[in-house]
Design a protein around this ligand. Structure first.
Ligand SMILES: Nc1ncnc2c1ncn2[C@@H]1O[C@H](COP(=O)(O)OP(=O)(O)OP(=O)(O)O)[C@@H](O)[C@H]1O
Ligand SMILES: [Mg+2]
Length: 299
């Protein structure tokens, strides 16, 4: 079953049509990457899912229930980490989670137990000082703990890793993977390597529509150009190959790159064999998600 379904979502600000018929389905218990350039409409979409923004058209269902603008009923299923989370900076992380739990109407004993568990999950169990002195990464981790407090079925994170260094990003990504057993994770980003690391599925948003959605492994392989690297032992052989094959490129030291269908590969291999060229290795270059994204955005 899909945890989130969006059909034909439209939103216009003034004369600017930001979302023009967006369709998206997020499978339950997946980690889902929602990718788009700055200004593509990621935050706008998320706000519509939270019922915070009135769509001009379209329907949104969370866990099978219809989202209605201005009503918070479906938000009982959702945990939300905004792009810039705000906290009461004079509180400690534990105090903050207790406070949030009370606002949500959770039972006192449950709040305590859940807060302790979540602070440990996000690596803040020993941080007993005020949030004021927290780094960005620590604030993002606390934001995830807060979003998970009421056991949401759907965790929505708006660019949780964008402002973080590689170590901070990895910490967040590890947490998102760890929680997918108990919740579906939808996160927006423009860092495609993050998506490659942790997402099963991805959707690309461009010009107000989803231009591609599917499994990361399948999307990576639909890229049309097939490239190979060929590393030779002797430098002078690179020249021979380049003289013989016009579209072979020299990239570094003894390495060449060429693209083509299988026949081209056989031609190169035949040349290597007939000229007794010693090779170190030859391999197919796996297209990255970034390559696919750039190709799709060009269309
Ligand atoms: N309340 C608003 N009033 C007018 N225009 C808005 C409003 N909210 C968003 N927009 C416009 O809608 C477009 C999409 O904005 P949105 O914040 O959804 O993009 P985004 O994909 O989240 O971008 P980013 O990666 O920079 O966070 C932008 O051009 C933005 O200026
Ligand atoms: Mg945004």
């Amino acid at each position: 079953m899909d945890m989130l379904t969006i059909t034909n979502l439209k939103k216009r600000f003034g004369d600017k049509e930001v979302l023009c018929g967006l369709n998206l389905s997020v499978p339950s218990n997946s980690v889902f990457g929602f990718v788009g350039r700055n200004g593509a409409g990621k935050t706008t979409t998320m706000k519509a899912v939270l019922g915070l923004l009135k769509p001009d058209d379209g329907q949104i269902f969370v866990s099978g229930k219809k989202v209605v603008w201005g009503q918070t009923e479906t938000n009982q299923y959702i945990g939300y980490l905004p792009d810039v989370p705000e906290f009461y900076s004079y509180m400690t992380p534990f105090e903050y989670l207790i406070f949030c739990g009370e606002i949500c109407g959770m039972k006192k004993s449950d709040i305590k137990e859940r807060s302790t568990k979540l602070l440990s999950l996000v690596g803040l169990e020993n941080e007993n000082h005020r949030i004021k002195g927290f780094s960005r990464g620590m604030k993002q981790r606390l934001g995830i703990a807060q979003a998970l407090l009421s056991r949401p079925k759907l965790l929505i994170c708006d660019e949780p890793t964008s402002a973080l260094d590689p170590e901070g990003r990895k910490e967040i990504l590890d947490i998102l993977v760890a929680v997918k057993e108990e919740t579906t994770v939808l996160f927006s980003t423009h860092i495609l390597s993050d998506v490659e690391h942790i997402c099963e599925e991805v959707a690309f948003l461009n010009e107000g529509k989803i231009v591609m959605q599917g499994k990361v492994s399948e999307i990576r392989n639909i890229r049309s150009s097939k490239e190979f690297t060929l590393e030779v032992i002797n430098r002078e052989d690179t020249k021979k190959l380049m003289d013989n094959f016009k579209d072979i490129r020299h990239t570094e030291e003894n390495t060449l790159v060429f693209s083509g269908e299988e026949n081209k590969v056989f031609d190169v291999l035949r040349y290597v064999y007939e000229n007794k060229i010693s090779i170190q290795k030859m391999e197919r270059i796996e297209p990255s998600l970034e390559d696919v994204f750039l190709e799709v955005m060009k269309k």
